[in-house]
Every structure is written in C-alpha cells, then in structure tokens.
Design a binder for this molecule. Structure first.
Ligand code: M7G
Length: 326
C-alpha cells in the first residue's frame, strides 16, 4: 500500500522528468464500470476492522453496504508537491506542544487536498474477508507434484472470480483508464492503472498488464511458447510507461506474483521507489528473470519447487496438511 516515506530517487530527476513525475492531477481517473452506478459510502455500516496499519495509513473495514456484505479499504494518499503552497495557505493550524525551537500542530488542510482513497468490494465473499484479514503467514514449498495434486485442484475449485479481468478485456469496465493495448490474441495485453494507484503522482506508480490469452493461470503454466508474449509485455509495457509518465525502464519494477490472488496471467509494473508489500522476494518474480529462466530451462516453471507465502488459515494450508506436506 502507500509508502509516503522519502523517495530515494527523487534527488536525481531532471526538472523535465520531475515535472512529469509530480503533476498528474487531471489525468483520466476512471469510469463507472459495467453497471454505471456509483456507491454512496455514507450508507456503509462498519462491523469490524479486518486489518489496519499506522505506518501505511490504511484500514480494512468489514461491514454492510445496502444490506450486502462489503469490505472498504481506506488509504491516506501521498502528498502532491504541486499543491503544497495551496495546502499551507488554506490550512487551519492548532498548536499542540511547543518546546524551545520545536513545536507540533494539528494541521488541517483544505478538504480537497486531504482526500482518502476508498476501495470497495461489494458484495464481498468470505474469500475477500479472509484475504484482507491479518493472519499468521508461513512459507510453503510446492514441488511439481504438489502443484498437480494439491494447488491446481484448489485453484480450480476455490480461486477468486476473474470477472473483473474479463470486464477489462471486453471493455465493459475501466475502458477509459486503459493506457496501452496490444490487441493481438496471442501476444497482446491491456495496460492500465492498478486499483492500488490513485494516479496523482508517479512516485507510487502501479500499473498492471493483463494478457488477452485466457489459458495462463499463473507462473506455473509458463513455457518457452510464451516467451514472445512475455517479451512483448516487457517491451511495449515499459515503452508505454516512458511515453505516458516519463518514467524510464530502469526505474521500474516489473514482476509476477506467485501465488497470485487472481488466476488470469497479469504482470505488475511499479515505480522502483515505491515499496509495495507484494513486491517482496517471497512473492514477486521479476519478469526479466522469468524470461531468462525459461530460456535456460524450458521446463523451469513446470518442474521447479516454488516457494510462496500463505496465511495459516487459508484452505490451501489445510490441504497441504491433509496431504502430509506440512
Ligand atoms: P494479484 O497478483 O493477483 O494479487 O494481483 P494481489 O491482489 O494479492 O496483489 C492482482 C492485482 O490487480 C492487484 O494489484 C490488485 O490491486 C489489482 N486489482 C484487483 N481488482 C479487483 C482490480 C480491478 O477491478 N481493477 C484494477 N484496475 N485493478 C484491480
């Protein structure tokens, strides 16, 4: 989630790049999706907090929205450099403590510069509630056989729905947010902002490339037959990001999750300066490494033991335990 800490790269950016990087206000923000309805969050009745983080300034709340189970994720958004002057000018400040040259204040900027990003899942399934709840996590070692006998049957029967992915590919939702598309059925993909990004600054850029092919569930399905697809995503995805946001390829982290939450192949593109929890080594596989691994061993992702983190209350863990693998 959002990392509002210091950006170690920002001191190296040219003025031109900085201009592109910092001012993204007014970019196309989104559409109303397939149902054309907007949700009024004043109707949301919170029942419990699934998770919160003072550091990330996020809270995951379970509750009801129009009598349907819902999860609402609230996240304080990063500061925009271009609005600082306006923010200071329009703010109310109340002194809390003063001691020598040091003082702290309650600082209340104008409401429009003090926004909170809200992500809503409604109706939320039990799987969503589980996904967002904080739980103990352990590493799982998955052999080729484990994948075939335990993980694959689990994914097939229990995976989260990918309707939202098909809506994007079929232009039923988020059509206005698409940054780039290669419409080739075999090699093509759609590149668009991830839900996690408010598109206000490039410091926390987060895009996803979703492939048009519907038969690749995850890393495990990749073979050298997909090399052209992977290279295409890397090349055209990074080119589109340089063109649109001025962020060069060497400032991007391009990777795939194993396990993903949604089993339709997609690639994550982050600004390198953005420390996203999902980019940690236990879950993120760099796209360039994947390409090299497939070149050096065509069976790499079919046969290798892959490690991944999993919550101890996940049903997959029970299945590994029942099979005597944990
Ligand atoms: P993942 O690797 O399957 O799992 O990534 P994760 O969600 O545990 O990271 C799916 C990515 O798709 C995540 O980065 C989500 O934030 C993003 N995402 C999920 N949904 C439901 C949507 C959506 O409806 N629209 C967009 N643009 N992004 C989404």
């Amino acid at each position: 989630m959002a990392d509002t800490g210091a950006n170690p790269n920002s001191g190296n950016e040219s003025d031109e790049e900085n201009r592109k990087v910092k001012k993204l206000k007014g970019e196309p923000k989104g559409d109303r999706g397939e149902n054309g309805e907007e949700t009024n969050l004043s109707d949301f009745k919170p029942t419990s907090v699934l998770r919160d983080s003072a550091r990330d300034k996020t809270i995951f709340v379970h509750g009801e929205l129009k009598e349907q189970p819902a999860v609402v994720i609230l996240e304080k958004t990063p500061f925009g450099e271009d609005t600082l002057t306006e923010m200071f000018k329009g703010a109310k400040t109340n002194l809390e403590v003063k001691n020598d040259i040091y003082s702290t204040y309650v600082f209340q900027p104008p409401a429009h510069l003090n926004e909170i990003k809200a992500t809503v899942v409604c109706p939320a399934t039990e799987a969503h509630v589980q996904k967002y709840q904080r739980k103990e996590i352990i590493m799982v070692e998955e052999t080729e056989d484990d994948y075939k006998n335990i993980t694959l049957p689990y994914i097939t029967s229990k995976g989260l729905s990918v309707t939202w992915v098909y809506n994007i590919l079929e232009k039923k939702a988020e059509k206005e947010r698409i940054i780039f598309e290669d419409s080739d059925k075999e090699l093509g993909f759609v590149l668009l902002p991830d839900f996690k990004w408010d598109q206000k600054q490039v410091d926390d850029l987060y895009l996803i490339a979703i492939v048009h092919k519907r038969d690749i569930k995850s890393l495990r399905d990749l073979t050298p037959d997909h090399l052209q697809l992977l290279q295409n995503i890397y090349q055209k995805g990074t080119d589109a990001i340089v063109q649109r946001y001025g962020l060069p390829t060497n400032k991007l982290r391009v990777y795939v999750h194993y396990q993903p939450s949604y089993y339709h192949f997609h690639v994550h593109f982050n600004s390198l300066s953005y420390e996203v929890p999902g980019s940690r080594v236990e879950r993120a596989h760099l796209l360039q490494d994947i390409i090299q691994n497939l070149k050096s061993d065509p069976q790499y992702y079919k046969t290798r033991t892959l490690l991944f983190p999993m919550r101890t209350d996940d049903e997959l863990i029970s299945m590994y335990k029942a099979a005597g693998r944990l």
